[in-house]
Design a protein around this ligand. Structure first.
Ligand code: OGA
Ligand code: NI
Length: 359
């Protein structure tokens, strides 16, 4: 049968590995060990938790101009100082967030034969189920299985579970509306008209990539990683989780645990916002750690320019007579995405390649 060649990789999915270890051994295989040296482990600080910004999204579109401009200032500060914030009053029903997580868990609980198959060489394949990040390129793997779906401008869903498609379609539409508000907000905080960024990046055809991440219990969580440090492609990543923490962001060179406010949505700035803003809003470095007790599920949605947009620093922000030169080389979003997804996860290495030398 030709299709059996298309399994994600010969590597066992992490869900099965985790189940078998629990029965037989407490030692993880060496190709999952990220930290040989206990001093460089997954520890992070908790005491900065209270300083992580919270943004009330409803105020971004308030009728009161003072409230609106205060909210835009808060958004500006959060994007500049942290590249990360917790969104509250975001307009997405908690029940829908819950359903999205539950139906994703059902997906991972399906038998392997019921999960979709794909060609691992094609990173733009619209439905991809697999393990780790890019098993062909990495020596040490991530403690994670994933389902990645292209959901906009063309919508794709697995066939099973049956209710998946409807929940996914509604959740993705709601997150696009949320991102629309954020984009209008940062367009203004960059000194542009509120619709200027949307137009420049062709967001009517924005590329939206859904990832459901499944991190089962790990018997040696201090040696493993769910996701190695990276920044995301796109403008903003929107993340929710099943009440189990594990996301860490880097702030002033220190890893900070994110303990999400219940009902909030976690938002991080990504590489194409950094490029468009000519470095004003840097994409945040982040990683996911695992634990030995409970399975963690997160849903991360990357929201990006259209595939054909050539992303460059916004011309209005790089008037050379003001002494501000473009700090990034223009590149088609699709090419950036292809190259990032076909490499191994490696900090901000991809972004570094479009930086103007000496800039
Ligand atoms: C991602 C990501 C972190 C998490 O999917 O890009 O960074 O906490 N996920 O699952
Ligand atoms: Ni990420």
């Amino acid at each position: 049968m030709a299709s059996s060649n298309l399994k994600p990789s010969s590597l066992i999915c992490i869900k099965k590995l985790s189940e078998s270890l629990n029965l037989t051994s407490n030692i993880i295989p060496s190709n999952y060990v990220h930290f040989e040296n206990p001093t460089e482990s997954t520890t992070a600080v908790d005491d900065l938790q209270d300083s992580i910004p919270t943004i009330d999204i409803s105020l971004l579109t308030s009728d009161d101009p003072d409230q609106r401009s205060k909210a835009i200032q808060d958004l500006d500060k959060a994007c500049q100082e942290w590249g990360f914030f917790m969104a509250v009053n975001h307009g997405i029903a908690e029940e829908l967030m819950q359903k999205m997580i539950e139906i994703s868990e059902e997906f991972f609980n399906l038998g392997e034969e019921e999960k979709p198959e794909f060609d691992p060489k094609n990173v733009l394949e619209p439905i991809r189920y697999g393990t780790s990040f890019n098993t062909a390129r990495e020596k040490v793997h991530c403690w994670k299985d994933f389902l990645k779906l292209v959901v906009h401008p063309h919508f794709h869903s697995p066939q099973k579970p049956q209710a998946f498609r409807d929940v996914l379609s509604e959740y993705c539409a709601r997150t696009r509306a949320l991102v629309g508000k954020l984009v209008k907000g940062v367009s203004q905080s960059l000194g542009l008209d509120d619709g200027e960024m949307e137009e420049a990046l062709d967001l009517a055809s924005s590329f939206q990539l859904f990832s459901a991440n499944f991190y089962p219990p790990c018997p040696q969580p201090e040696l493993a990683l769910g996701m190695t440090p990276h920044s995301d492609h796109g403008l903003f990543t929107i993340l929710i989780q099943n009440g189990v923490g594990g996301l860490q962001i880097q702030h002033d060179g220190v890893w900070v645990n994110v303990n999400a406010i219940p009902g909030s949505i976690l938002v991080n700035t990504a590489d194409h916002l950094e490029i468009f803003s000519n470095g004003k809003y840097k994409s945040v470095l982040h990683r996911a750690v695992v634990n030995s007790g409970r399975t963690r599920i997160s849903i991360a949605i990357a929201n990006s320019p259209s595939l054909d947009t050539v992303v460059a620093p916004c011309p209005k922000l790089v008037q050379t007579e003001l002494g501000c030169a473009p700090a990034y080389v223009p590149m088609k979003y699709k090419e950036y995405l292809l190259s990032q997804q076909s490499s191994k996860l490696d900090g901000k290495a991809r972004l570094q390649q479009v930086k103007v030398l000496g800039g």
